[in-house]
Design a binder for this molecule. Structure first.
Ligand SMILES: [Zn+2]
Length: 307
């Protein structure tokens, strides 16, 4: 049995608050290998960087490396500046430490927000393959977002593009963690679904709520449809502003896709004009928890042509 060639393997790392997922892409960009380990932030940022470097080496990292993390990042310095789930590593020079441990030029380590990386993953290997422009909304604890235009990730001048979760649906709505009111993530995240279900006297666990809604018509199905409508309202500005037609819905609560879909179309049509239902291409994400590392690895590869 021959060992597959490892030269040029790109590795992507998706750093989450509870687990670190990483994997390798072959020279053609196809996912070939992956692994995960618990984040264990209490062991400190230097120890985390060491374990990440070890795992990347085990995957045969050679060509390039991409690192995705949740929260606000400073790409230039390779630092997580604010992240509720990764508070112990805020300010730590994670990218440079990782590069040092692996003997890489830090410029070969691409540092990106996890939702952006997930959108890139779905674009190169998942639901949005073949699409040139689309937005992905990740429905989890919050609502993450990533936008690709003409095959390029949109980062924006300050690096904050694609924060779909904080598009305001209703300025008199519930308070949001960002300090605003009525943001999309207060309506369509998994946590918002649980809150809305509780308020309506329904099963608050999003997985069980979705299962009940799948069982037939009733208040659970109506609630998921209402959540889908709010999601559509939140995505509608992208249609109005840049005529986006394709949307991918991912994250844990994205598993309710087919139940969210009728409302999603309604919400999009309600807040745009001149569009018909058939104008939109709406897909459930297909890579699940692998989208982040696949996208990070893909973005890492792009650094090879820059340096
Ligand atoms: Zn907000």
């Amino acid at each position: 049995v021959s060992t597959p060639p490892r030269a040029g393997r790109s590795v992507g790392i998706d750093l989450g608050g509870t687990s670190v997922k990483l994997g390798a892409l072959d020279l053609e960009g196809a996912p070939i290998d992956s692994l995960s380990f618990p984040t264990e932030l209490d062991r400190g940022p230097a120890d985390l960087a060491r374990r990440m470097a070890e795992a990347a080496r085990a995957l045969g990292v050679e060509g390039s490396l991409g690192l995705a993390a949740p929260g606000l990042l400073e790409r230039g310095r390779g630092v997580v500046t604010a992240s509720p789930n990764l508070a112990p590593i805020e300010g730590f020079p994670l990218r440079d430490e990782l590069a040092r441990l692996l003997g890489f030029d830090p410029r070969r380590v691409r540092f990106e927000n996890d939702a952006n990386a997930a959108a890139v993953g779905e674009h190169c290997a998942g639901a949005a393959r073949g699409e040139h422009s689309f937005a992905m909304a990740t429905l989890g604890t919050g609502v993450g977002g990533g936008i690709l235009l003409e095959d390029r990730l949109v980062i924006g001048e300050g690096g904050l593009a694609g924060e779909l979760g904080h598009v305001v649906i209703d300025p008199r709505g519930p308070r949001c963690g960002c300090g605003g009111r009525g943001c999309l993530e207060q309506y369509a995240s998994a946590s918002a679904a649980a809150r809305r279900a509780r308020e309506a006297g329904l099963e608050p666990d999003p997985v069980r709520l979705t299962a009940l809604a799948r069982g037939g018509a009733g208040p659970e199905r109506d609630l998921l449809s209402a959540i889908g409508r709010d999601l559509g309202r939140g995505l509608a500005p992208l249609v109005t502003l840049i005529d986006l037609r394709c949307f991918v819905i991912g994250g844990g609560f994205g598993a309710a896709f087919e139940l969210l879909l009728p409302g999603l179309v309604e919400g999009l049509l309600e807040r745009t004009f001149g569009r018909r239902p058939g104008d939109f291409r709406l897909y459930p994400a297909t890579l699940g928890g692998d989208a982040g590392w696949i996208g990070a690895a893909r973005l890492g590869r792009q650094t090879l042509s820059v340096i």
